[in-house]
Design a protein around this ligand. Structure first.
Ligand SMILES: [Cu+2]
Length: 274
């Protein structure tokens, strides 16, 4: 993607996701278009200053310009903007919201914002999140996961640290425990508001191994600037080793029965149980 390579050379943080280059290309096209408009209109302005200077035209002309060229140029700009919107921006957006990855390869993670950190719950190999209720929340169990629920057996919860395997699609369900935050990973070209009362998913496929910043992109209080987590993209073996290591730290579950029905972890339950 030549467009994306140039925009990276100009200083945008490097893309590390599969869909990111389409967004970068769109951004770059827009910037070239804006640059050509800026140069075009700037040159025209300079030309009019020279062309209609008082020395050459001591007497004002009340008829003014009679050419229809400016109107045609404006029409051309409008057509180009419509083409950019319908042919490039709309398909990129449709891909983001309509073509969700499916299958056993998909990693499911909940990202729950909290002043001023990020909690991550992994669904584990069964792909199902264990139930949670904030009445069970404690310092050691920030999301109130009910570890008696059989679906929670292979779940892990981490704080400010998220690992994902290279090349596997990740669906992140974004929510918040308190105020509005924004789960933003600039290198993955994703950002989503974390809203109490809502669980909003986003997805991406990491294509470059490395360590990236997860930041809060919504001013959320005094500690907003330090609400920053780490995203580690690593190969499958390293990811599995890390996951199993965190899983091993969990207290053993004695029974799989659930004494009373608990709400699944939705933002609504998060809010209701605060
Ligand atoms: Cu925040």
């Amino acid at each position: 993607m030549p467009f994306a390579l140039l925009i990276e050379a100009l200083g945008i943080c490097p893309n590390a996701s599969q869909h990111g280059y389409t967004i970068d290309s769109m951004l770059e096209m827009l910037h070239w278009f804006m640059l050509s408009l800026f140069v075009g209109w700037g040159s025209f302005y300079a030309y009019t200053l020279w062309r209609f200077q008082k020395k050459k035209h001591p007497k004002a002309d009340y008829v003014g310009a009679t050419s229809h060229l400016p109107t045609k140029l404006e029409g051309g700009v409008l057509v180009l903007e419509v083409i950019l919107l319908l042919s490039f921006a709309a398909p990129i957006w449709a891909n983001r919201v309509d073509e969700w990855p499916t299958g056993p390869d998909v990693i499911h993670i909940r990202a729950v914002g909290e002043q001023f950190l990020w909690n991550f719950q992994y669904s584990g190999t069964d792909g199902k999140f264990g139930r949670s209720n904030l009445s069970l929340a404690s310092t050691a169990n920030s999301l109130g996961i009910d570890y008696k629920d059989v679906n929670a057996n292979d779940d892990i919860v981490t704080r400010n640290e998220m690992h994902i395997p290279l090349g596997r699609p990740c669906i992140i369900e974004v929510s918040s425990k308190d105020v509005i935050h924004d789960y933003c990973v600039p290198n993955m070209r994703v950002a989503q508001d974390a809203i109490p009362g809502s669980v909003i998913p986003l997805w991406f496929v990491p294509i470059k191994a490395g360590t990236y910043d997860i930041v809060c992109a919504q001013l959320c209080g005094n500690g907003h600037a330090r609400m920053r987590a780490e995203l580690v993209v690593e190969d499958e073996a390293a990811y599995k080793k890390w996951y199993d290591g965190v899983l091993a730290l969990k207290a053993p579950v004695k029974t799989a029965s659930v004494a009373q029905p608990l709400l699944p972890l939705t933002a609504t339950s998060l809010v209701q149980n605060r």
